[in-house]
Design a protein around this ligand. Structure first.
Ligand code: DX5
Ligand code: ZN
Length: 227
């Protein structure tokens, strides 16, 4: 029997109709989303550009209560902490790769009143987190190269998830990239409990049903898979 960890589904609105961001986001929340995963890209850390804190603030003005996570795919995560906190972000998840002083940023994020997540690109080994584990609320294991929605799931990344789950039984572990009905079982059995899903949810005519299936897969895991 595995230790029970709370399953949460956070749809990514990256590939949704962004001209209808507020309506789309509310629809996902009404259909069962536990939180919103907002993909912030700077065109430098990743070869794509999305939106920043002004848009997040507008969304917050429309949606008062939902939990907002920003996935900061940016070269200078320290630069946007205050602005995102002011925009009403609840969790600031940033990539360790471009950062020299990870503990400093974790501290600043918490001082700004947000939860802190750290994210690892596919090429980043999982053991880099060992030194920071007591300073973070969540670890995001990317299952695609960050930058675009709709890419193919990278199954070998689940070794990192399984390693984290084995060593930190109660840690919040998020997966992001190519996660949908065909890949959720692998994620769940590796030990992921925070599930980001973009195109599989927003591209479906029944997003509520998809999110329920994703959540059930995580909730119903009886034993974690060991690599
Ligand atoms: C990719 C983003 C993901 C993406 C997920 O860089 O971080 O959040 O939107 O979309 P899918 O589920 O379509 O891979
Ligand atoms: Zn993301």
């Amino acid at each position: 029997m595995v230790q029970k960890i709370t399953a949460k589904i956070g749809p990514s609105i990256l590939n949704a109709d962004l001209s209808q961001l507020h309506v789309e986001s509310q629809r996902l929340l009404d259909s069962g989303a536990d939180y919103l995963h907002l993909d912030v890209m700077d065109g430098h850390f990743v070869p794509n550009l999305t939106f920043g804190h002004p848009l997040v603030k507008c969304l917050r003005n429309k949606i008062k209560n939902a939990f907002f996570e920003t996935h900061m795919m940016v070269s200078k995560p320290e630069q946007w902490i205050e602005a995102m906190a002011n925009a009403g972000v609840n969790q600031y998840t940033y990539h360790v790769e471009p950062v020299e002083d990870v503990p400093l940023i974790c501290r600043k994020v918490r001082e700004a009143g947000m939860k802190v997540g750290i994210a690892l690109k596919p090429g980043t080994p999982v053991d880099v987190v060992v030194n920071y584990i007591d300073q973070v609320d969540m670890i995001l294991i990317m299952t695609v190269e960050p930058g675009f929605g709709g890419q193919e799931f990278m199954k070998p990344m689940l070794e990192k998830v399984a390693w984290l789950r084995k060593n930190y039984p109660t840690l919040d572990i998020e997966v992001d990239g190519g996660v949908g009905l065909n890949t959720i079982q692998f994620c769940a059995e590796a030990g992921a409990n925070m599930i980001v899903s973009g195109t599989a949810v927003t591209g479906s005519s029944e997003p509520g049903r998809v999110m329920r299936s994703l959540k059930d897969a995580v909730t119903q895991v009886e034993e974690f898979f060991c690599f």
